[in-house]
Unconditional design. Structure first.
Length: 195
């Protein structure tokens, strides 16, 4: 009887591991919530917030999009979480989301299925991401949005305070499919609010 009791827990653990039971990459990210995003500032050494390499941000980004797409300090976005997917190394789940509202001048054309864009964001440490086909001005392409912890001790929903680490970071990457706009990327300090 004692042998049988020892085998059952071991078998159960093996089953749970083989079925891919994982945790979310950031436990605070909710795969069913709606999110409001306010862009506070560019996230770099010259910005209002304490800077450190964090989460899904790309440390060499110097703001190459220059806000041509309307994404810059003061911009607002809304997202609807759409579930979760295992991250690229299989250690945790990333929350997937759809962009439902963007700044004027950025036309949303629907969620993107672009494999290159998906590979780009899944190679970061973003806890939540969205891929959206967009048009702005004479350009169209895929807008990649990655959300990660900004190293603020209060967490990703904390009240932002200039001089401290931001609550969350938004990494954006634009991959053009038409027009003359180049590929570009930015990092932003953001206020993330879960509805």
């Amino acid at each position: 009887m004692l042998v049988r009791l020892a085998i059952v827990p071991t078998a159960l653990v093996g089953f749970l591991i083989s079925t891919g039971c994982e945790k979310r990459c950031d436990e605070a990210a909710d795969p069913h919530a709606r999110y409001d995003v306010t862009v506070l500032d560019f996230y770099n050494a010259q910005g209002k917030f304490k800077y450190g390499v964090a989460g899904g941000s790309y440390p060499l980004s110097s703001g190459t999009c220059s806000s041509w797409d309307g994404l810059g300090p003061g911009a607002s976005l809304q997202l609807q979480a759409a579930g979760q997917q295992s991250n690229s190394d299989g250690t945790c789940y990333e929350v997937t989301a759809d962009l439902t509202s963007a700044p004027p001048g950025l036309t949303l054309l629907g969620p993107s299925t672009d494999g290159n864009a998906l590979n780009q964001i899944r190679s970061t440490d973003a806890a939540m991401y969205a891929l959206e086909d967009v048009a702005a001005g004479q350009c169209a392409g895929v807008l990649v949005l990655g959300f990660s912890d900004g190293l603020n001790p209060g967490g990703i929903y904390a009240q932002p305070v200039a001089g401290d680490f931001p609550p969350a970071i938004l990494y954006t990457l634009f991959l053009p499919s038409s027009g003359t706009c180049p590929c570009c990327l930015d990092n932003f300090a953001i206020q993330l609010t879960k509805e």
